[in-house]
Design a protein around this ligand. Sequence first.
Ligand SMILES: NC(=O)c1ccc[n+]([C@@H]2O[C@H](COP(=O)([O-])OP(=O)(O)OC[C@H]3O[C@@H](n4cnc5c(N)ncnc54)[C@H](O)[C@@H]3O)[C@@H](O)[C@H]2O)c1
Length: 358
Amino acid sequence: MTKKLRIGIIGCGGIAHAHARAYAAFDDVEVVAGADIISGKARAFLDEFGWNDADAYDTCEELCAREDIDAVSVCTYNMQHEVCTVAALKAGKHVLLEKPLCVTMEEAKRIVAAEKESGKILTVGFQPRYGANMKQVKQIIEEGTLGDVYYIAVGGGRFRGIPGRTFIEKDKAGFGAIGDIGCYGLDFALNSIGYPKPLTVSATSSAHFGKNPELYAEAHRFTVDDDFASAFIRLEGGVTLDWRVSWAMHMDTLGDFLFLGTKAGLKIKGNPGMCWDGTAGELTLFYNDEKGNPTSKPIPPAVEEKSNLFNQKVRSFIDAILEGKPAPIPTSQIIYNQAIIDGILKSAASGHEVEIEL
Ligand SMILES: NC(=O)c1ccc[n+]([C@@H]2O[C@H](COP(=O)([O-])OP(=O)(O)OC[C@H]3O[C@@H](n4cnc5c(N)ncnc54)[C@H](O)[C@@H]3O)[C@@H](O)[C@H]2O)c1
């Protein structure tokens, strides 16, 4: 039997469990180590999955020093993405990094530099990419059904859905809804049209729910700056992206996803909470029929694959390593996602439109 790929998991909290379940589902990999800065947490996590022989560490550096580890999942909170990813790449490991890429553009640039220097695979964990709905929308656009897309509106959002835990602590998460679920809406829109370069952004943000003890029981712990944001983003190629995100609001959805093209338009019904798990509402195409009459028709939903999105995300990482393929969700794309987030933060703080820094 060929040697199994040897995996380490850095950060053994909530999402690490989804990574662990996915690795456990495949025969050609084995999890041999875990690391978490909370002493004892990595050991308990590994034992939970029956990996009693795997080694537990209190720092990512100790795990990365292990020469027999081929690849790692970085599952720390956002503020520790850069330090762990760079440490792993410098130690010659392939990396599956949880979304978002990181918090600041300075961090993003250091991550990309370490990736280039290492020659290793670095992929970013946007699992909705593997969802049938997101693939279907991308395919419709790539087939040219819409013509040239010139405007995209990103809807979705949560009625009440502040995630709590470390997501609301600024020293750990860095930002609130913008970086947590806002990055998914950006990825949905940008990936659908081939990730054009972002140019400028004008944004606003607020935290009317998270910081209000009458609306949110953990307001005393809520130190991030946003639970809602909206932005008007100019993309290369004359495309406008009208984006918004919400962890909590007095509304069930921020509307439908809309793609306006020169030949047709596509509406994706704005289900409350949609996007980060790959689900979305029904699709309707608006166009002129053969006689030139404006009309619309529903598009049958794509059939979801049986394997769950996390398994597909982890499998695509493993396949890229084993088959020498490029990163499935590369930093060359996600750096644009991060640059828009950076622009949103800067514009919201300054109160005017900013050029997006790359
Ligand atoms: N893809 C998804 O659907 C999804 C869902 C939830 C979270 N996430 C992402 O996953 C990341 C983690 O989220 P979570 O909910 O698991 O957070 P969490 O706080 O539950 O877990 C993070 C863990 O990392 C550990 N840690 C922090 N710095 C470390 C370091 N330098 N070395 C080793 N361990 C370290 C913490 O002690 C903690 O146990 C975030 O970036 C988040 O955006 C993705």
